[in-house]
Design a protein around this ligand. Structure first.
Ligand SMILES: [Zn+2]
Length: 243
């Protein structure tokens, strides 16, 4: 099985990516308030529920094809989130809001060096929860009082999303992120026998018929012995030589 080879997966990913694009196109070019930017950001991120359900219906969120499709759409939704964040209003830094969110977000788990989209989405959700905790703790009910905290939240989510997108659009960083992603694909796969763990038996770099570079992972279920050969295209392998 090669990532990206199943035409049904490609069709679903393209259709859903187009829906994400349409959602973005329907948004204003600039948000007058951080509150509105937060609303648009949440609406953008919530599209994950739709494609998660669709993938579960047509493939499996624990199967190779389903995981590949999820990762592609998570990336598409994060690119859209980056665009929403760029449309937020400019705001002066506020020392109190900065300190309060810095303290709260210090409790969040440390991010992977080469995160996969779902990890970034999880971290963003945790930031929103932390933001709510801070507002509740400080008893900030008035719109005006909340504003600097909303600006600060958006700034921090933007840093998170920008770091991810930049790792996926810079060739060499993208290569290492692709390699690390293979591990996380296998880690999420469940075998049909019910065992939630495949073990990697062999990893090899192979050249496809068109001269393209691929990483091949031969994996085996420790319970029933089911074996799979998974191929991951490494489109940025050639970029390493110029690094
Ligand atoms: Zn099995």
């Amino acid at each position: 099985m090669r990532a990206g080879d199943n035409p049904e997966v490609t069709k679903l990913v393209e259709r859903e990516a187009a829906a994400i694009e349409r959602g973005l196109a329907a948004l204003p070019a600039a948000f007058p308030t951080s509150r509105e930017a937060i609303g648009a950001l949440l609406a953008t991120l919530s599209q994950r529920q739709r494609y998660f359900a669709l993938i579960g219906e047509h493939f499996s969120v624990f199967g190779f094809d389903g995981i590949v499709a999820m990762d592609r759409l998570d990336e598409a939704v994060l690119r859209a989130a980056q665009e929403v964040l760029r449309r937020r209003p400019a705001a002066d830094a506020d020392a109190k809001a900065e300190a309060a969110l810095a303290e709260e977000f210090a409790k969040l788990p440390e991010m992977e060096k080469h995160p996969v989209g779902y990890m970034v989405l999880f971290a963003a959700r945790k930031m929103f929860e932390g933001f709510d905790n801070v507002l509740t703790r400080l008893g900030l009910d008035e719109d005006e009082e909340r504003q600097p905290y909303e600006h600060e939240l958006l700034k921090r989510v933007a840093l998170l999303v920008d770091a991810y997108i930049s790792s996926r659009t810079t060739p060499v960083a993208r290569h290492f992120s692709d390699l690390r992603r293979e591990y996380w694909v296998v880690a999420r796969m469940h075998c049909k026998c019910g065992q939630p763990k495949y073990a990697v038996k062999m990893q090899s770099l192979v050249t496809g018929t068109g001269g393209e570079h691929l990483d091949r992972l031969d994996v085996k279920c420790g319970e029933c012995g089911d074996e799979r050969s998974l191929e991951f295209p490494l489109p940025h392998f050639g970029d390493l030589s110029i690094a």
